[in-house]
Design a protein around this ligand. Sequence first.
Ligand code: ADP
Ligand code: ASP
Ligand code: MG
Length: 404
Amino acid sequence: MARIVQKFGGTSVADIDRIKSVARRVQREVAAGNQVAVVVSAMSGVTNQLVGWTNAVAALPDQREYDAVVASGEQVTAGLTALALQELGLKARSYAGWQIPIRTDSAHGKARIESISTEGMIAGMEAGEVAVVAGFQGIAPGERIATLGRGGSDTSAVALAAALKADRCDIFTDVDGVYTTDPRIVAKARKLDKITYEEMLEMASLGAKVLQTRSVELAMNHRVRVQVLSSFNDLPGTLVVDEDEIVEQQVVSGIAYSRDEAKVTLVKVPDRPGVAAAIFGPLTDSAINVDMIVQNISEDGTTDMTFTVTKADLARTVKVIEGARPTLGFKELKPDSNVVKISVIGVGMRSHAGIAQLMFKTLADKGINIQVISTSEIKVSVLIAEEYTELALRALHTAYGLDV
Ligand code: ADP
Ligand code: ASP
Ligand code: MG
């Protein structure tokens, strides 16, 4: 007998028929003698609609009320899934985050899980009851409903698997695993049987939304056995594993893209010690995260500084930098949201040279201009104009020998 967590994303619970089919999949695990906790997302499209409603009422909604609204989608699917399981003759009950409780910090809209009480759930599961948990939500200080950031049901599932000491955490989604790149953009993308925690973490944080970044962080820290697979077929999925479990390691294992970034250039900033601190200090004070940075040297005592922030932070960034204009004394501020960040990822990069060069050359051959570059031990990222996203992904996928 094993204890397993099964998570079903929005497309997998998109309508009543699919919820019934999820229930049948859960029934198979129960019939095999396993204890099962199910985590569900809102029906696909529902969370977007709920977010839209909050924005229609308030331009900058109070994040606690935003959470009260957007968390509701998961509660509906949790109840419906429990009902569908009961209709199959199983014992099942739903849990909202507060009923477990899943306690979070007070960063509403992107809260982090701090603790999970599992006694009640475990007692139920040991008595043969399937626990159906509303993903994406918890309870923050002050007994306020909190959500975990978009895509947060993955994190609910992995955190529960860790707390329940589950043998497995299966993430069911609308693709049958983690691919070398987004299979919806590159038809030649290849499914990976295994991927290391580290690579999955980079893939997720660089834009591959198949798993929420924080869920991978948690899985890595608690050594949760995560498997990504399709809820529409029974094909084997992708296992997220330790590096030593991978026998034949590719140099590059995946390519990710993120359309979430925007570029800001400050033209002709007087070049003196402290200029970077003067630019980025006010951004830090406003809780704006800066990702990529380049500074150009110029002959005339001024410099151009380019950096990226998330698209969501762009308007605020412009406001903050304009506010600091008297101290910074730059000539011009140029925001540009027409960019995409493309990253190649692989633990093999640690021991292989020339990976970045192949990226630069491949993009050059396609006539794609690189605007900003950043590297780390296991990834190289470039910023290019957004209209080249598909072209760049496909060319790089071929260049690194990843095509099926
Ligand atoms: P769910 O609703 O089940 O959580 P998501 O939409 O959040 O599903 O994540 C699945 C999607 O992630 C896929 O439909 C796919 O388009 C996208 N995706 C991006 N990069 C990858 C990748 N490398 N491998 C698999 N899927 C990816
Ligand atoms: N329903 C939430 C979202 O759309 C959480 C999730 O699906 O993981 O972001
Ligand atoms: Mg998701």
